[in-house]
Design a protein around this ligand. Structure first.
Ligand code: ADP
Length: 587
């Protein structure tokens, strides 16, 4: 278009006659008008590009918009946001000195919402306004003091356009476009352009704000879920600890044995749900550290099969295993990879009727370590194959669904697999036709795992220790106490930090199990004092008990003088293994 106009002008000029002079002037004028149009279109196109970008951080969007507008359309501009937060202002200017002055004005004299002049009035009236030249009396009326007025004068303002940011029915704020050094005088056409710019900006800002609100709501939800899981896990500890005692008592009473079995199964299910809930929240918040090491995936799969086969076959499933050539070395957190495989096997068992077939396959495929879990169960409809990995999504969401569950397991599987640089996908021919879950993990560069697991944790016989248990949850403290006494230990209990310090003087414990969340004197401080009384770690073993297993808690516990950190509800085997692995120096 521009090139075409140039040609037209030069052709008219070439004719040279006087009669053509008028035509030349006309064409010249049209050329200028068209060029102006082009500039406006270019400006709006650039602004649109910024405003529809993937950038959803709303402050960044404002900044990018400012950079499109200055200097193409204004010498400086200020964007005032009044929605959601008290007031947010961003100033962009071509000249650093002018920008500094403008920022000083915004800082010292932010627009007063109640003002009946300037941007505050435009925001209230939701109508754009043009001042081709800034009237002196308006300068006086809009400024809040003599200093304010003088600062404004230093800006050397020529023209001003004020435009409201209105999205749907909401007024989000306003934009002030100002010219000074360029000498540009705004026109009615500029007012139109400014209004269009403000409209697009408002819609885009509203999207960014909605996104921000959604993210905040999501964060609040995740925080709540983590807290919920934590609060629900705590009461489970004493119940879980009491079960072995009940089981021992009912050794020859079938009714008691039955009840203990039921309780054990239900508590395990509940613990698993709560652990999943807790894990999802902690991993998405980046609060779990993965203990990466070279592991042989095939060996891990074999040990999982050993522990699961009997249970699956007892439930009436035909269980097949196909393992490729080993070793299959991956860099991974052993516990987390086991969690992935066990979750998939549990789901296969959950969604396949008894008598069905479950297959576990593991091997090398196309340079990756691949695990497949197949079943002949209820299958998954095609439109749900991707969705089931989202939090809380279940194919059957009726309240009386026979399988129970919260829709967390696959979310966790996906998060864990992705943390290992891998992928997981679901396949199914459709409802009633079984499902297949395929996990692919990158192979490690080093050929063999350094630490082959040759000695699985075998428990040795308990040797008696003097143990002090400190927990303000009396049920939890008493139930652990009872259990440890049964294993032959000498036990004392305290319900707060001060009492623990007193008891420690009289009882001289070799081991202290200390809850971190104690009232008055918390677990960390109690540990610090116990440790300073007995610094020798061969004479005093300090074990922290906490509801949170975050890396930060672990680190703080170690700094306070603890030797170990157990997350409640902890496994009794784990505690006994710790106790048995430590021999006190009784010299
Ligand atoms: P939950 O099992 O607690 O509902 P998951 O996140 O583990 O949660 O699974 C989400 C949904 O995916 C399940 O509710 C179920 O509808 C579907 N699903 C998972 N595994 C299978 C499977 N092996 N066969 C059929 N459907 C499955």
């Amino acid at each position: 278009m521009k090139a075409f106009m140039e040609r037209l002008v030069s052709r008219a000029a070439g004719q040279g006659s006087l009669g053509k002079a008028a035509e030349l002037a006309k064409i010249q004028k049209e050329k200028e008008v068209l060029e102006e149009h082009l500039e406006r279109l270019q400006l709006l196109a650039n602004a649109t590009k910024v405003l529809i970008s993937d950038e959803l951080d709303y402050e960044k969007r404002l900044k990018d918009l400012g950079e499109v507008v200055v200097p193409a359309f204004a010498d400086w501009c200020a964007i005032n946001i009044v929605h959601g937060r008290p007031s947010y202002t961003l100033v962009t200017s071509a000249s650093p000195e002018k920008r500094a002055i403008a920022e000083e004005i915004q800082r010292k004299y932010p627009p007063r919402p109640e003002s009946t002049y300037g941007i505050s009035d435009v925001i209230r009236q939701a109508e754009p306004r043009l001042y081709a030249a800034l009237p002196e009396d308006l300068m006086r009326q809009t400024t809040q003091s003599e200093e304010h007025y003088q600062l404004l004068r230093q800006l050397g303002i020529v023209s001003v356009i004020l435009a409201p940011l209105v999205a749907r029915d909401q007024i989000l704020g306003g934009i002030t476009f100002v010219t000074s050094d360029s000498g540009r005088v705004y026109t009615e056409a500029d007012l139109d352009t400014a209004a269009q710019l403000a409209n697009s900006a408002a819609i885009s800002l509203e999207n960014a704000l909605l996104h921000q609100e959604l993210m905040e709501a999501n964060r609040a939800k995740e925080k709540f879920l983590a807290m919920l899981a934590h609060e629900l896990r705590n009461p489970l500890t004493p119940i879980r600890n009491s079960l072995p005692i009940l089981a021992a008592k009912g050794d020859d009473d079938y009714e008691v044995k039955d009840i203990v079995d039921i309780m054990d199964r239900q508590i395990r299910t509940m613990s698993r749900l709560l652990d999943d809930l807790f894990d999802v929240s902690r991993i998405t918040e980046g609060k779990i550290q993965f203990q990466m090491e070279g592991i042989d995936l095939l060996a891990l799969v074999q040990s999982i099969i050993q522990s699961r086969r009997a249970e699956l076959e007892k439930k009436g499933f035909k269980f097949s295993v196909y393992l490729g050539e080993g070793p299959l070395v991956i860099m991974a957190d052993r516990v987390r990879v086991e969690q992935v495989i066990v979750n998939l096997l549990n789901n296969a068992a959950k969604y396949t009727p008894s008598g069905g077939h479950i297959a576990l396959e593991c091997g090398r495929e196309g340079g990756q370590a691949v695990i497949r879990v197949r079943d002949t169960g209820k299958g998954i409809p095609p439109h749900m194959l991707k969705k089931i990995f989202q939090l809380f999504i279940q194919v059957d969401q009726s309240i009386d669904r026979p399988e129970g569950g919260l829709g967390l397991g696959l979310t966790l599987v996906q998060i864990l697999v992705e943390h290992h640089g891998g992928t997981v996908l679901a396949r199914s021919e459709g409802v009633g036709k079984g499902s297949e879950f395929v996990v692919s993990l990158p192979l490690a560069v080093s050929p063999l795992p350094k630490t082959a697991d040759q000695h699985p944790n075998r428990l040795v016989q308990d040797s008696p220790r003097r143990i002090l248990i400190v927990d303000d949850n009396e049920d939890a403290a008493n139930s652990i106490g009872k259990l440890l006494r049964k294993f032959g230990h000498e036990v004392q209990i305290a319900y707060d930090g001060i009492a623990a310090l007193e008891e420690a003087k009289a009882f001289a414990p070799e081991v202290v199990l200390l809850d971190l969340g104690l009232p008055i004197l918390d677990g960390y401080e109690t540990a610090r004092r116990l440790r300073s009384a007995v610094p020798d770690r061969n004479k005093l073993l300090l074990i922290a008990l906490s509801g949170y297993g975050q890396e930060e808690d672990r680190r703080r516990a170690m700094e306070a003088g603890f030797d170990h950190h157990l997350v409640k509800p902890f496994d009794t085997h784990e505690l006994r293994a710790l106790l048995n692995a430590w021999t006190p120096d009784r010299s």
